[in-house]
Design a protein around this ligand. Structure first.
Ligand code: NCD
Length: 322
């Protein structure tokens, strides 16, 4: 193994919107190798500090990033807003400059404000630090590694996304998962159908290439895969977005009866956390058409590939097979 593997190249991952289809294919190809050929996993990040800076709750995303970093040999340091100087009023800008001065390799950030990862990257660059920033979810903006692990999962079942139909159903308005998936799926040639209550499916996503379908049964009957999303009550203000939870489940939830209308090979995805009995029936969530556990498993591999890219390990972006 070369000793000059780690070159600081500021390979931030702030969103899917700015990636090309080739970038996406390269990350997915590398993730597949790291998952399927463990002998390809080297401690290329040995001695590199990776910081997870989470201003919002997380279970799977944080653990998955930390596991991915540790598998590559990195040492992980986790900071939660509740136990950091944020509680003393420190700005993200100052936090970024402080952390940058300690010269980490990668900072992974989750924040409730759209654009926070970009601001952090600018703060770090302002002290001349070359660490990469990876977005682990910024408000309702983007969640790029979720879209990458979802694509990996889709492509494990479908040879290509070209011409395939993917349904995304639920609270699209508050979902960074929906936005990142929409960008990615369109870049890889899929047709994206969005469904959910009028108040939670913004028309502004149509110019990005999505089609809004009012009757979710029409989506479920044709989609190769459906992604069910949680209603994000914590991001809502003002009057309720729909009359009651039971109305929501009846009209938009993936009930067992509705799931029986899916085409024979179709499958069900969910980024988690699930609200069982609201957007998805427990029988469906744990049933044979669900690939939820597989999504979580793929998350570690997708994030390993993202971390390698962030560190420009071995100039990998120019050398990956597609
Ligand atoms: C999602 C998130 O945080 O954006 N979860 C995740 O990262 N897997 C979706 C959600 O909170 O509903």
């Amino acid at each position: 193994m070369s000793t000059v593997l780690l070159r600081r190249a500021n390979q931030h991952l702030l969103g899917i919107e700015t990636l090309s289809a080739l970038d996406i294919r390269q990350i997915l190809a590398r993730a597949r190798i790291l998952r399927d050929a463990p002998e390809q996993v080297h401690g290329v990040m040995a001695g590199v500090p990776v910081i997870t800076l989470f201003y919002e709750s997380s279970t799977r995303t944080r653990v998955s990033f930390e596991m991915a970093a540790q598998k590559l040999g990195a040492s992980t340091i986790s900071i939660s807003a509740s136990s950091s100087s944020v509680t003393k009023g420190e700005s993200l800008w100052d936090t970024g400059r402080t952390l940058a001065s300690m010269d980490p390799g990668v900072i992974i950030i989750r924040h409730s404000s759209p654009g926070a990862p970009q601001l952090l990257a600018e703060a770090m660059e302002s002290v001349g630090n070359g660490a990469a920033v990876v977005n682990a979810g910024d408000g309702a903006h983007e969640h790029p590694t979720q879209a990458l692990l979802d694509a990996l999962t889709l492509l494990d079942r479908l040879d290509s996304l070209e011409g395939r139909t993917i349904g995304i159903i639920g609270d699209i308005a508050h979902s960074r998962v929906a936005r990142s998936n929409l960008f990615l799926l369109r870049k890889l040639g899929a047709r994206v159908l969005l469904g959910g209550p009028r108040s939670l499916v913004p028309k502004t996503l149509e110019p990005l290439g999505a089609r809004i379908v009012r009757d979710v049964d029409e989506i479920i009957e044709v989609a190769d895969a459906v992604m069910m999303l949680r209603v994000q009550f914590e991001r809502m203000q003002g009057p309720p977005a729909f009359p009651s939870l039971s109305d929501y489940t009846r009209t938009y939830g993936l009930t067992a009866a509705r799931a029986r209308r899916m085409p024979p090979q179709a499958f069900v995805m969910h980024p988690g956390p699930m609200n069982r009995g609201i957007e998805i029936d427990p029988e469906v969530a744990d049933g044979p058409t669900s690939v939820v556990a597989h999504q979580v498993r793929n998350g570690v591999a997708a994030r390993m590939a993202v971390l390698e890219r962030a560190m420009d390990v071995d100039g990998w972006s120019s050398s990956k097979d597609l």
